[in-house]
Design a protein around this ligand. Sequence first.
Ligand code: NZQ
Ligand code: ZN
Length: 385
Amino acid sequence: MNNFIYHNPTELIFGKGQLSHLKDKAAKLGASVLLVYGGGSIKRTGLYDKIISLLQEAGCQVHELAGVEPNPRLSTVKKGIGICREQGVNWILAVGGGSVIDASKAIAVGVPYQGDVWDFYTRKATPQKALPLGTVLTLAATGSEMNRGSVVTNWETQEKFGGTTTFPTFSILDPENTFSVPRDQTIYGMCDIMSHVFEQYFSHTPEIPLQTRFAEAILKTVIENAERVLANPEDYDARANILYCGTMALNGTLPVGVETDWATHSIEHAVSAVYDIPHGGGLAIIFPKWMRYVYRENVERFKRYATEVWGVDPAGKTDDEIALAGIEATEAFFARIGAPTRLADYQIGDEKLQLMAEKATPFGPIGRFKKLASEDVAEILRMCL
Ligand code: NZQ
Ligand code: ZN
């Protein structure tokens, strides 16, 4: 196991009816709040009205940034920064999925920064200060509710980059707020959660049994609950378990002491930057192909994945056959739950393959399980066509 320092300051407030805590939190954070949300789902579900009344009861003056796009845009972030500066906003409340939370994180670090907030995504600067941020999560997927990552798209330059920004101060997760997530977004979310585990599970670090078993537990829990939640979107326990998996997959628990990979996320971000496809859908296509491309780097790890996560019977099989059976089980699962399996599902051909491969590697080769140069990425994308 490698050395590590683990710190996570986000207060997680989880369960039915837990939104009631918002009033106390709001009263402590200041009188002027920027409420950030997406394209209107929170108005349709009634969550917006509940939040406005809790904020008003807490004595907050509410300013709003509505219309944050899935794959949030830098231009929207800058609009939010402008509102905060003009109105003297004290704190930010993000209500939505990963896109709304990520845009809010960017605003939170952008307000006190004199330069261009995009500097935090191009690695030119590191945030030193941030406005406090609270979140009410409505979609199980990114883990953004309990980490300090933020992914923003600069549409002018067609770049989608992740930056290290700020942890939410608190995050309220009521599984009932995810009942209304449409079927496709529910599927993408589960693929994203599993992909976060993959990025941290396929590693060469030896002697990490606890991290390994944590990771396998998350994967198995998603797999067990996936069809249940798709059959009945209002199954509270299935939604709760998926929601908690989403948080645990990317809140810093899994990578402690472990060399992690993250190449597939860089590849997906490059695809989304050019074609604006849903993040989890892109991952469902790319991850199994990445697995096929790299598994020989550590066949033992892929054998363990096959047998522990998918129950592959190793008897009578070669090492390669066991490893490949695990990858095939992953592909079959994604197909069974209705995730996209090829780039063609999003009408993506090979026209911009080279461009995407270059955009995936702007700072040099990516990944640690196997270092991938832009030619490797192009090859993986070709396998996805
Ligand atoms: O905009 P609204 O109307 O709210 O609709 C959203 C959006 O259309 C809808 N939705 C969310 N909650 C809903 C709901 N519809 C009905 N009922 C609800 N309860 O779902 C759509 C997708 O929302 P979005 O926030 O884009 O999805 P997700 O949470 O998957 O976030 C994706 C973004 O997060 C980034 C991705 O790259 C992508 O930009 N990521 C962020 C990470 C992080 N910060 O740690 C890590 C991830 O790997 C990922 O890269
Ligand atoms: Zn992801």
